[in-house]
Unconditional design. Structure first.
Length: 677
DNA sequence: AGCACGCCGACT
DNA sequence: GTCGGCGTGCTC
């Protein structure tokens, strides 16, 4: 058996209460951000109070009569705490929203990330909706209808769930038509069809393996666009009654309704964004992460855990099957493959041809080969044009002296959102109506670069009579029909075309690769692979402005060698994911102390400390704080997290001015410091 | 966090 | 004598 990716501590919920009768004491995790309060507190269950059970929400006094929200983790007849014990004030709701598995997961994830369990629970458990809860408590459990007939295309990765396999899947692209039953209940419509990525159909077939065994499947997707495709594919594969959505975009009641359905324990597929990895599934057969390389899977709240890491912890606790899938292999997944922890799998085959094309000169924005491919395809099919930036002109310069035009209030770059529009700041959005150059006082502006709308205009002129559509953050489009048209989309905003695109033009490869950052090349390959996957079988994909290993990653039929090369390079440089990192930010004294204590570990090195950028910790002044980065081996993860937690705890006890930033903040595996490398 | 407890310098 | 400074400790 291969080694675990790293050491993972565990926790457990228990009930020491004799069956029948009310427990005497409850041990509660309180909903607090303070590291000092990240442990269980014992309370007495006052005589006459009922419903104090593991998992329920309670209100408890903490420090005098101030009330705090919390969750009961365990109950007991005998007290374990020697000191004074206060009474549980009330049971907020009878629903056991904190399932034992989720408590163990939150505890282990928090320990691994050197954070608080309550911070994880805040992500894991949605806010209570009293009305929804009432409906749920009064529900009638009706048996689920029989599974739909098995489609022949579903014969993929046999016994994945049954054998509890752990696999990294590289999915080839392409789209396919499925019967869309996903909202038939709402619309009453029947026999509608929708086009979804073949990846969604493959994942749905895998989820079916779990459901057939009477188990639950959790499938985490980066955004609602992927979630929609997966919902449609799952509805066809297992029936819409077995699809539970946990979408942060949903209204709160909807979200809570989905959450409660998980608790029922029915064999369903649970789909949702990064927080869905914590869904209260008690009989989990499968945990899948789609596009595990997508930065959206990184939780932007303390303790900043990536859904992939939470999934690894959860898999080790539950022993379920594990899938990390994507159109491109992430360097993180590749590390786990090379470690022997994940099997390598590949689904489908590319049915497109990819042509690299150098940028010959900037005035000919669309290279001849791309132009030809588009023209040919537009006879019968839509064509996708992927661009790097939205709007008209992403940058502006002074027409007289050439200095970059900047916002007068925040110094962000000025751009133009539409032809002839008033320049506006791309950071804060402020309009710069009467712009005047700071250095030469000139008033004319020249445009730098091309955004989606400008490229759309230019292509519209180049292909007269062809409709042009823009899809970006402002103009959201999920789908387009099969009619010939040009679809200009920013990366990540590409609509799915019925039948697939006849050609895909990946413009702006240079702009994508010119940024600095550890993951720039990997992220570019991922975004190209995502767009390539939207092409119809037999289509031509043209990649412009890229060079080196990124080109062969996308012209070949697998991205695995690219991921291997990326990982090998990171190993030689000691960069993540070859190593783990601890970003230590705070008062110079506290940072120095933390580094000193961490320094006892053998395979740990420290970069810095250097003055921290002011925006790293909000509320801090420039130069006030320092930052150091410690790099360490996965095997030392538990020890580093323990030390980090100890230092943060010690620093929290030190007095500081009200409103001042924390004296010490330690983030494990923070990607931010490496963005600029 | 936020508050009480406690031990040293200037005050009516 | 005692009022109040904020370093230290604690929250069941």
């Amino acid at each position: 058996m291969p080694a675990e990716p790293d050491g993972l501590p565990s926790g457990a919920i228990a009930s020491e209460t004799a069956p029948g009768g009310e427990p005497g004491y409850a041990r509660v995790v309180v909903d607090s951000r303070l590291p000092q309060l990240d442990r269980l507190f014992e309370y007495r269950v006052p005589p006459g109070m009922t419903g104090v059970e593991p998992g329920v929400r309670v209100r408890v006094p903490l420090r005098g009569d101030r009330m705090t929200a919390g969750w009961v983790v365990e109950t007991a007849d005998a007290r374990a705490w020697e000191g004074e014990v206060a009474d549980v004030e009330k049971v907020v709701s009878p629903v056991p929203v904190l399932q034992p598995e989720v408590w163990a997961l939150a505890r282990a994830v928090a320990d691994r990330a050197a954070g608080g369990a309550a911070d994880v629970l805040r992500v894991a458990i949605p806010g209570r909706q009293a009305r929804v809860e009432k409906q749920w408590l009064a529900r009638e459990r009706s048996p689920l209808p029989a599974l739909p007939a098995l489609a022949e295309s579903e014969a993929v990765l046999p016994r994945l769930v049954e054998d509890r396999r752990r696999v990294a899947i590289e999915c080839a692209g392409g789209v396919a038509e499925v019967v869309d039953l996903s909202d038939a209940i709402d619309s009453g419509a029947t026999n509608r069809t929708a086009w979804v990525g073949r990846w969604a159909i493959a994942l749905a077939a895998i989820a079916r393996q779990a459901v057939e065994r009477g188990e639950q499947a959790i499938m985490v997707v980066p955004d609602h666009r992927d979630q929609r495709q997966l919902r449609i594919a799952l509805s066809a594969a297992i029936g819409s009654e077995r699809v539970v959505e946990l979408d942060a975009r949903q209204k709160n009641p909807e979200r809570y309704r989905g959450f409660l359905r998980c608790i029922d324990g029915d064999p369903v597929a649970i789909i949702g964004p990064r927080s869905a990895v914590y869904a209260p599934a008690a009989n989990l057969g499968l945990l899948a992460i789609w596009e595990d390389g997508d930065p959206l899977l990184s939780e932007p709240l303390a303790p900043w855990v990536h859904a992939r890491d939470a999934a690894l912890v959860r898999q080790s606790q539950s022993g379920c099957a594990l899938v990390l899938a994507g159109h491109a292999r992430s360097s993180d997944a590749e590390r786990l493959v090379e470690l022997g922890f994940l099997e390598h799998e590949r689904l489908g085959a590319h049915r497109v041809r990819v042509l690299p094309s150098a940028l010959t000169d900037d005035s000919r924005r669309v290279p001849a080969v791309a132009f030809r491919a588009a023209k040919e395809a537009l006879a019968t099919q839509p064509v996708l044009v992927q661009v790097a930036r939205p709007g008209h002109a992403p940058g502006l310069r002074c027409g007289d002296c050439g200095v970059r035009a900047r916002c007068t209030s925040c110094a962000g770059p000025l751009g133009r959102s539409a032809r002839g529009a008033v320049p506006s700041c791309r950071l804060c959005g402020r309009l710069a109506a009467a712009w005047r150059c700071q250095s030469c006082h000139g008033t004319t502006l020249t445009e730098v670069g091309r955004g989606s709308t400008r490229i759309a205009e230019e292509l519209g002129r180049a292909f007269p009579g062809v409709p042009v559509m823009v899809a970006d953050g402002e103009h959201e489009r999920l789908t387009v029909d099969a009619k010939p048209r040009l679809v200009v989309a920013t990366r990540g905003a590409e609509p799915i075309a019925d039948g697939g695109y006849g050609a895909v033009l990946l413009l702006d490869g240079d702009a994508l690769l010119s940024r600095e950052g550890l993951r720039v090349a990997e992220e570019a390959v991922r975004q190209w692979a995502t767009a390539r996957a939207l092409a119809a079988d037999g289509a031509t994909v043209v990649l412009t402005g890229a060079g080196g290993t990124t080109v062969t990653a996308i012209t070949g039929d697998t991205t695995v060698p690219f991921a291997k090369a990326e990982l090998a390079e990171r190993r030689s440089l000691r960069f993540p994911p070859a190593v783990r990192t601890a970003s230590v930010v705070g008062h110079p004294d506290a940072v120095a102390e933390a580094i000193e204590v961490l320094g006892v570990l053998e395979h740990l090195d420290v970069l810095g400390p250097v003055p921290a950028p002011a925006d790293v910790v909000k509320g801090s002044r420039e130069g006030e704080l320092e930052r150091a980065i410690a790099r360490f081996a996965y095997a030392d993860g538990a020890r580093v997290a323990g030390i980090a937690r100890g230092r943060v705890l010690a620093a929290a006890a030190r007095p500081r001015k009200p409103g001042a930033p924390p004296r010490l903040r330690i983030r494990l595996d923070d990607p931010e410091p490496f963005d600029g490398l």
